[in-house]
Ligand binder design. Structure first.
Ligand code: DAU
Length: 306
């Protein structure tokens, strides 16, 4: 189920449309009537809730849709799951709920919640709401908190696809502030395997961090993209920093590894090369995305920022 907002793209599901387990419903998770009806008709074994407005910069320009979808949408899914007695619910969240993490610490699942942006605050709120359905209604809910994803099909508003796409087109690569902010990079397929392991083997009422064991400053990531695409360093452009910009995210995965045996398998060099190859071979996909709403957001976020 997907609302198909600006980042939703049915083209991304093309490789699985013939799978016997696949069907698609276009719906908004805030539309509780539709969700309730769908759950009653389909009687799913489990709900894996990925649906979110996920971009921090957009949440700064326009927080309302972020709060509505991420908080109220989670509420309507939880309510429909409770009413229809769905036996498993996995709420997919983010390491951003911990806010900026001071060196030398890596956050475990008990680290305090110090969300900085409307986006991360909406995720922290929805995590607590999901966990309250375990405490109060004894629903079989687990929460996952993942670090920064990258890989094929990622919408080019996020750092890695944006930088790859601009590099391939010889456009400036906008670095926020001093570029020394640290993110922990997780290949998308490692993330999917982790969610599956939580779905199958995670415990009710528990939170599981999912990190890539790959903390790098943004400038380092951008250097590697320029090197791998054979483009000059001069494409890098410093722009005004993001307001409330978190300096460092860093997680420990110990709990998930102990509970399920999961560990990230993709190392960053291979993951980045795979991702760049994918974007090189899918220029049409990128062109179609960049011709639409994307342009308006790019203008809003990047114009007058140097
Ligand atoms: O940590 C998990 C989170 O990672 C997810 O919950 C979010 O949904 C996802 O958007 C991502 O949040 P970030 O803010 O870390 O990701 P983003 O790709 O927007 O930015 C990564 C870093 O790169 C951040 O320090 C800001 C910087 N940046 C980003 C963009 C888009 C730039 O320097 N220039 C840019 O143009």
């Amino acid at each position: 189920m997907d609302k198909l907002t600006y980042a939703g793209n049915l083209e991304n599901l093309q490789p699985v449309v013939d799978h016997s387990g696949y069907s698609f419903v276009q719906a908004d998770i805030c539309d509780s009537e539709t969700i309730d009806k769908l759950f009653a008709e389909e009687a799913p074994d489990a709900v894996v809730h990925f649906a979110a407005e996920s971009h921090v910069d957009r949440s700064i320009h326009s927080p309302a849709p972020v709060i509505l979808t991420n908080f109220n949408g989670t509420f309507s899914l939880l309510e429909a799951a409770r009413k229809n007695k769905i036996s498993r619910f996995v709420h997919v969240s983010t390491d951003e709920v911990y806010g900026s993490i001071d060196e030398p610490y890596d956050a475990d699942e008990n680290y305090p919640l110090r969300a900085s942006s409307p986006y991360s605050a909406s995720k922290a709120g929805s995590d607590l709401l999901a966990l309250s359905y375990y405490t109060t209604y004894k629903m079989n809910v687990s929460v996952t908190r993942a670090s920064n994803n990258y890989g094929p099909y990622q919408f080019p508003e996020k750092l890695i696809p944006l930088m790859i796409s601009n590099a391939l087109e010889d456009k400036p690569l906008p670095v926020y502030g001093d570029g020394q902010q640290v993110r922990d990079w997780l290949f998308v397929e490692d993330h999917c395997r982790a969610i599956r392991s939580v779905l199958e083997r995670g415990n009710a009422g528990e939170i599981y961090n999912i990190g890539g064991n790959c903390s790098l400053p943004n400038l380092e990531v951008i250097h590697r993209i320029l090197k791998a695409t054979g483009k000059p360093e001069s494409l890098m452009t410093r722009v005004t920093d993001r307001p409330g910009h978190d300096r460092r995210y860093a997680l420990t995965n110990e709990k998930l590894t102990k509970a399920t045996g999961w560990e990230p398998q993709m190392d960053f060099e291979r993951g980045l090369a795979t991702t760049i190859d994918w974007y090189r071979s899918n220029r049409d996909w990128m062109d179609r995305i960049k011709s639409g709403e994307y342009r308006k957001f790019y203008e809003l976020n990047y114009a007058n920022r140097s």
